[in-house]
Design a protein around this ligand. Structure first.
Ligand SMILES: Nc1nc2c(ncn2[C@@H]2O[C@H](COP(=O)(O)OP(=O)(O)OP(=O)(O)O)[C@@H](O)[C@H]2O)c(=O)[nH]1
Ligand SMILES: [Mg+2]
Length: 369
């Protein structure tokens, strides 16, 4: 199961610099059959401190982290929704990803031109958000038109579709994202032919998104605070992308030492790292990790929150879902604290779980089929 994150923003804001820095944390792609091979797609490992510890416990020969794909999407310009600057192509690249990180420029530089000739991250964000909203509005309007014949013929599903699409049209016309529309679950499931739902799934502004402000080295704290209150604290990360790109050439330990030198302690509170960014994507996608461990390898697997044990098994192999009988499950920390599998079993910490068990983050699992 692969998840992908699109890097979106105006031209020249640091998207490719961020992409290159992220792909320094790249993984051996042969372990991830779901991955796309494309120069604009990078497969990036999800940092997880538990893996080393668990591998030490099991004396594993290999550690295989879980991964997310990042897609470097070319810069959008004003009127991209009308096809300006190859807009249609780039917007359709966004349609394919599971979530969006939107980059806005916070750094000053006389050498690097800004498309609007001013450094104003909020205005960058407004421009991009409006393009995404207008793209969605086009899509909803086209769907309404296509649907109108069914409505005229009094088709029940078409009438339902229209009701639903009109809610989205109204929000988008008010420059609100599709994600702001609240839809009752009972209104939703109308079968695969229900046009309304299939369109809504494709809307760009329905995807999870957060903002990354590419800050300069000496960014004023006050400016950051103001952005935070405008956009919402949990929707924004401040990252000095160029500095992080340079640090990504170093080992994690060296990078941490230099980062401490470069960024003052008062700023450090507000400044995020690439690892923070990756973890934030994971969180917004509602993903959790379960682990497998043995002498050959210790490995992390990505699943959606609230997956059952058989559904989780599918991350490894479809047989683990289809032929699932039971699973032996223990929290990773409990396993290490117990000193051995045997010790964990004696303490009653190693449990046998059936088909309806909901897997938790940090579960170590042995599937039985
Ligand atoms: N001074 C400074 N320059 C930066 C920073 N981040 C990126 N740059 C520079 O800005 C220029 C554009 O960066 P890119 O990463 O290529 O920008 P982009 O968003 O991918 O641009 P497009 O692909 O054209 O949309 C490059 O010359 C970078 O070195 C930064 O934090 N500070
Ligand atoms: Mg670029």
């Amino acid at each position: 199961m692969g998840f992908s994150v699109g890097i979106v923003g105006l031209p020249n804001v640091g998207k490719s610099t961020l992409f290159k820095a992220l792909t320094k944390k790249t993984v051996d792609i042969s372990n991830y059959p779901f991955c796309t091979i494309d120069p604009n797609v990078g497969v990036v490992k999800v940092p997880d401190e538990r893996l080393e510890k668990l591998a030490g416990f099991s004396r594993s020969k290999k550690i295989i982290p879980t991964a997310i794909e990042f897609v470097d999407i070319a810069g959008l310009v004003k009127n991209a929704h009308r096809g300006e600057g190859l807009g249609n192509k780039f917007l359709s690249n966004i349609r394919e990803v599971d979530m969006i990180i939107q980059i806005a420029r916070g750094f000053e530089s006389a050498k690097i031109t800004h498309v609007d000739n001013k450094v104003d991250p909020l205005s960058d964000i407004e421009t991009i958000n409006l393009e995404l909203i207008l793209t969605d509005l086009n899509m909803v309007n086209n769907a309404l038109e296509k649907n109108s014949r069914g409505v005229k013929a009094n088709d029940k599903l078409a009438i339902k579709s229209e009701e639903m699409l009109l809610k989205y049209k109204k929000a988008l016309e008010n420059e609100q994202p599709a994600s702001s529309v609240k839809i009752d679950e009972s209104e939703k499931e109308k079968g695969p032919d229900f046009l309304g739902e299939s369109i809504i799934k494709q809307l760009l502004t329905n995807k999870p998104m957060f903002y990354v402000i590419n800050v300069g080295e000496n960014q004023k704290e006050l400016v950051l605070k103001q952005l935070e209150s405008e956009l919402g604290k949990n929707k924004i990360l401040f990252i000095p992308i160029k500095t992080e790109a340079e640090l990504s050439e170093l080992s994690d330990e060296e990078a941490e030492i230099l980062r401490n030198d470069l960024i003052s302690s008062s700023q450090k509170q507000q400044i995020a790292t690439l690892d923070d960014l990756i973890k934030n994507c994971y969180r917004l996608l509602n993903l959790i990790t379960f682990l497998t461990t043995g002498e050959d390898e210790t490995r992390a697997w990505t699943i959606k929150k609230n997956s059952t044990a058989p559904q989780s098994g599918r991350a490894i192999h479809s047989d683990f879902e289809e032929k699932f009988i039971r699973a032996n499950i223990i929290n990773w920390q409990d396993l290490i604290n117990s000193g051995s599998w045997q010790g964990a079993a004696e303490k009653g910490l190693l449990r046998i779980e059936g088909k309806s068990y909901i897997v938790k983050d940090g579960d170590v699992i042995e599937f039985r089929i």
